[in-house]
Every structure is written in C-alpha cells, then in structure tokens.
Design a protein. Structure first.
Ligand code: IMP
Length: 207
C-alpha cells in the first residue's frame, strides 16, 4: 500500500522541461513536499488524444518506475483562428526542434489573421504507484502578438498577452505568471486539495 504525499515526502516531477520544473517547484513550495527530478526514468511517447491521457501516461510511468507519487503536467496552446491547433501537439508543432522555430511557424500561420485569441490549457495529474489518480485543470485566455516580447518563461510565452494584462508571459516573473496561468491555476487546485492533508480517495465499486 502506498501512501499519499505528506510534508517531507518525495514526489517525482515527471517532466524534463526545465520551464515546467521551475514553475512547479515555485508553485508547490508551500506544500513542503520534497520534489524529486525524473533522473534516468524514461517517459513514454505522448500518444494520447487529450491532455488528460498524456498527463496520465507520464505520471503513471514515473510512479510505477520509482514507487513514489509522481506529478505530470500536459499542456498546450489552443489558437482560435487555427481551429484550436496546436493544442495537445503544441510541443511537437510542425515537427520543428526549438521554441523559437515553433513561434516563427505559429506567427507565419497567423499572418493576415485578425482573430488573435488563444487559450493555454494545463492538466496536472498526481499518480500514485497503486494506480490512484488526482486530476487538476487550469486555463488562461489571451491574445497572440505579431512578434515576441520578453526573455522569461518558455514555449509560446513571448507571444502571449493574458486578458487584462499588457505584458506577455515572458515579461513576467515566475511568481507573476503562476498567479494567473493555466499551470498555476491547476497547481493551486492541487495545493488546495492537499491543504489539510491528502484528499479523501473516492472508492468506485463495480457490481
Ligand atoms: P507537453 O505538455 O510536454 O506536451 O508540452 C506542452 C507544450 O505546450 C510546451 O512545449 C509549449 O510549447 C506549450 N506550452 C505549455 N504550457 C506553456 C506555457 O506555460 N508557456 C508557453 N508554452 C507552453
């Protein structure tokens, strides 16, 4: 029987994305969990059709390999004028190699488009080695600029201005981004659920 994380307990962060690691560490510092890097544990290919499927694939693989609770984020950018693309395929958009190339590609596809609305989505899953899953989701609405601004963050941050803001996410600090972002909101929900100890597990009985 595996137990839910309590203060001081190790939780594996099932990602190799340094931008996500920074944001997850900053957001969860209040929980006193000992966040542990993935190390040499291989992550499975993201073959799921949804953020939930892909986050579960990553979190379960890490929990099974390490025998520890493991946390994974699957996220993406949904662009209204592109019918919601790149969405779950955001990390592999256009099969190009770098964040910069993906941003150039996105700007090219948005050329002459007047509708610049976009939404970031994050699904965070905490998986336990016994197969129990907790799922948290957050969204952030905004618009895409015609050129990049800012040096912070990662991915599409330099192009994205959240609704009600004048700066891009790449012009904000980690704490400023966390307070409003899709990932920050999903992690805040996780924090809230664990504020008074591990959340109660639901038992589903099948007859
Ligand atoms: P995945 O969750 O590993 O599939 O990767 C999600 C991809 O979506 C990232 O590689 C980025 O391209 C993009 N993305 C997700 N969240 C953010 C964010 O907070 N800022 C900028 N880009 C993001």
């Amino acid at each position: 029987m595996t137990s839910e994380p309590v203060a001081g307990q190790a939780v594996v962060v099932a990602t190799s994305n340094p931008g996500k690691i920074r944001e997850i560490e900053e957001a969860l510092s209040g929980l006193n969990w000992t966040l542990q890097a993935l190390g040499a544990v291989p992550l499975p290919p993201e073959t799921g059709a949804t953020y939930e499927d892909n986050a579960a694939l990553k979190a379960c693989a890490a929990a099974i390999a390490t025998h520890l609770p493991a946390l994974a984020d699957d996220s993406g950018l949904e662009v209204a004028a592109l019918g919601g693309e790149p969405g779950v395929y955001s990390a592999r958009y256009g099969n190009v190699g770098s964040d910069l190339e993906r941003n150039v590609l996105l700007l090219d596809r948005l050329k002459k488009k007047t509708d610049r609305r976009a939404t970031f989505v994050s699904v965070v899953i905490l998986a336990y080695p016994d197969g129990h899953l907790e799922t948290y989701r957050g969204e952030l609405h905004g618009t895409l600029l015609e050129g990049p601004r800012g040096e912070n963050g990662f991915g599409y941050d330099p192009l994205f201005v959240p609704d009600g803001e004048t700066r891009t996410l790449a012009e904000m600090t980690v704490a400023e981004k966390r307070a409003i972002s899709h990932r920050g909101l999903a992690l805040a929900a996780l924090m809230d659920a664990h504020r008074h100890g591990p959340p109660t597990r639901q038992t589903i009985s099948v007859e």
